[in-house]
Design a protein around this ligand. Structure first.
Ligand code: DON
Length: 332
């Protein structure tokens, strides 16, 4: 039986007079998160990303789960203090920055929001389309998003990004220098993608500046609680549930969640929707942030990845929690 359907203390009475079923309590969330951690901590599948050499060095056994509710309650299990690179989870929040600055339609028209059915770093997807980057979560679209930030130079572009991430996280964040160095020394494919976009008029600042700032944003360090507060801000209609500060206009949140639903797992997004039914975004650092709109964010972190570049333990844990709570957005 799913938690949302479990008779909590007065649920039958509440239901009989036609009121909404109560949200799960903090104790229930703690229990389900602990059960997910116990179930998947020994799962030994997948491997760390190694195309960014420093990511291969992160201990593969790390595994943390955090839930942040719209009330600001924080539920944590496992290695939730470990700091790891945010990687592609960052793409959501840079998109929010651009939507804030230039309106939601700027993303739709200049990048588009369509799934590619291709890997996150695909060049073919850009070549086969109309020249635009397809969506803000593949590398092409994320670099294009960075290029859309209104800034006179790389420094201002970067400052706007880190200020945005800190507002969503409600805490100070810094770049992980070893990850940044390792990725900056090896990001030739992303530099190529940026030049292809620039050549067709679909990248809006110097391509090397855009790639450089994008690489830096991917190297921002977060722990699982911080990433959950960032997701929780989207669950809470754009208001940080801990600091209570507004980070995004409420009317833009459904559009952000739509892009997460369609593209958050790249060419694995359909399977994710089928199993977990939640808007989410993954990163090759091992983090996954999932949003239960109006209720909470659920974050999993563990470095070993599947063939699409998505953390295996984090996926399994969030799927399990979503199913146990009955919170898929596709369920009644
Ligand atoms: O550009 C890259 O390849 C990385 N900085 C980010 C890729 C990533 O996280 C893909 N997501 N699962």
């Amino acid at each position: 039986m799913k938690l949302r359907q479990v008779p909590l203390q007065c649920v039958s009475l509440v239901a009989s007079i036609g009121m909404a079923v109560a949200a799960p309590s903090v104790e229930q969330l703690q229990k389900v998160a602990e059960a997910a951690h116990a179930k998947f901590k020994d799962l030994d599948e997948g491997k760390n990303a190694d195309y960014i050499p420093a990511l291969a060095e992160v201990p593969s056994e790390l595994f943390g789960i955090a839930i942040v509710t719209n009330n600001g309650d924080v539920i944590k299990v496992g290695d939730t203090d470990a700091v790891y690179s945010i990687q592609s989870c960052s793409k959501v929040f840079t998109m929010c920055l651009v939507m804030n600055e230039s309106g939601a339609n700027s993303v739709l028209t200049k990048i588009n929001v369509e799934p590619t059915g291709e890997a996150f770093n695909s060049v073919r997807a850009i070549e086969e389309g109309d020249g635009r980057a397809d969506n803000p979560f593949v590398n092409a679209g994320a670099i294009a998003t960075v290029s859309m930030i209104k800034a006179k130079d790389a420094e201002e572009r970067w400052q706007k990004i880190i200020d945005t991430y800190e507002a969503f996280a409600g805490s100070k964040l810094t770049v992980l220098p070893d990850i940044y160095k390792s990725e900056a020394e090896t990001n030739f494919r992303n530099r190529g993608i940026a030049h292809i976009l620039y050549n067709s008029g679909n990248l809006f600042c110097d391509p090397l500046e855009a790639t450089e700032v994008y690489t830096k944003q991917c190297s921002v360090g977060v722990n699982t609680e911080q990433l959950a507060v960032m997701g929780g801000t989207l669950a809470n209609g754009g208001v940080n549930p801990v600091t209570k500060k507004r980070c995004l206009p409420e009317e833009m949140v459904p559009q952000v969640l739509a892009v997460m639903t369609m593209n958050g797992f790249y060419d694995g997004s359909g399977q994710w929707a089928w199993k977990a039914g939640l808007p989410a975004k993954t990163g090759v650092g091992g983090g996954i942030v999932a949003v239960v709109p109006g209720e909470m964010a659920i974050v999993g972190f563990s470095p070993p990845l599947d063939e699409y570049g998505n953390s295996i333990r984090a996926q399994k844990a969030i799927e399990y929690i979503s199913q146990e709570l009955g919170v898929s957005i596709f369920e009644d």
